[in-house]
Write a protein that binds this ligand. Structure first.
Ligand code: SAM
Length: 245
């Protein structure tokens, strides 16, 4: 089995196991979870407390894309690696917004089962979920004003190819928003060869400059890079890219 396939299998099993509470790789990672994690990332209790408890419990965001998405005022959003549906659930429940369609995609059947509970709530009607591999998306055409990845970009192994595919789903002027860990120092030699170093988004982290130049080859230009928190050798960051007109 090649590295890419093995990585996908490991990550999918890890998140399925996390949603079943059976632990897996996750049990060894000392992470904040639930309300504490979300509040620390700047999610407002008034928006996440309305979600089903399991959506909060099984959310693993790397950042908070909501303030940026709100500023962009998109009509259609694709959340790649939506997990239990945290971001899509909050956005779809907000009736004041112009959003007409939100699709969350993930390959974890168990996390999607949690997310689908949102379709019975105030988000019903404009929220859909799809189980698929982010590197083999069943879409063609440019249906999405905004594509967001919150914690899923770094576990993609072939990033340049992936950016090309994703850029093809954006109309000119559309936005790609990535919240993930970014490199601030070189990783130790041999680090990226270990599969387990990929699963929690560290081995797949890029320097912001490397991501920007990879994105430029997919006709995506940098709008902003925010560094939210230093966690050497990485930082938690947000990159907003714009498809050239
Ligand atoms: C760090 S979690 C973030 C989940 C969600 N965005 C959140 O904020 O709770 C990363 C998610 O990406 C999904 N994922 C990773 N690689 C994927 C792939 N190749 N295809 C589909 N989903 C993928 C995982 O199943 C997991 O739900």
């Amino acid at each position: 089995m090649d590295f890419d396939t093995e990585l996908k299998q490991t990550v999918r099993r890890m998140y399925d196991a996390a949603a079943r509470k059976s632990g897996g790789l996750l049990s060894r990672v000392p992470l904040n979870r639930g309300r504490e994690l979300l509040a620390g990332l700047g999610y407002r209790p008034s928006e996440f407390e309305q979600l089903p408890k399991k959506v909060i419990e099984f959310a693993f965001p790397c950042g908070n894309p909501l303030p940026t998405i709100r500023k962009l005022r998109p009509e259609s959003i694709l959340d790649l690696g939506c997990g239990s549906g945290l971001d899509v659930g909050i956005l779809a429940a907000d009736r004041r917004r112009t959003i007409k369609m939100i699709i969350g995609v993930d390959f974890s059947r168990e996390l999607l089962a949690v997310g689908r509970r949102l379709q019975a709530g105030p988000a019903a009607g404009r929220l859909q979920f799809l189980q698929a591999d982010l590197t083999a998306l069943p879409f063609s055409g440019t249906h999405f004003d905004c594509i967001s990845l919150n914690g899923s970009f770094n576990v993609i192994y072939h990033k340049a190819e992936f950016l090309q595919h994703v850029a093809a789903l954006l109309p000119p002027g559309g936005h790609l928003l990535i919240n993930d860990l970014m490199l601030r120092e070189d990783l130790p030699p041999g680090f990226t060869a270990e599969l387990t170093n990929w699963t929690w988004n560290v081995a797949g982290a890029l320097f912001p400059e490397a991501l920007t130049s990879m994105a430029a080859k997919a006709s995506l230009s940098l709008v902003h890079f925010y560094e939210h928190e230093q966690i050497p050798p990485v930082c938690r960051g947000e990159v907003l890219l714009w498809k050239k007109k």
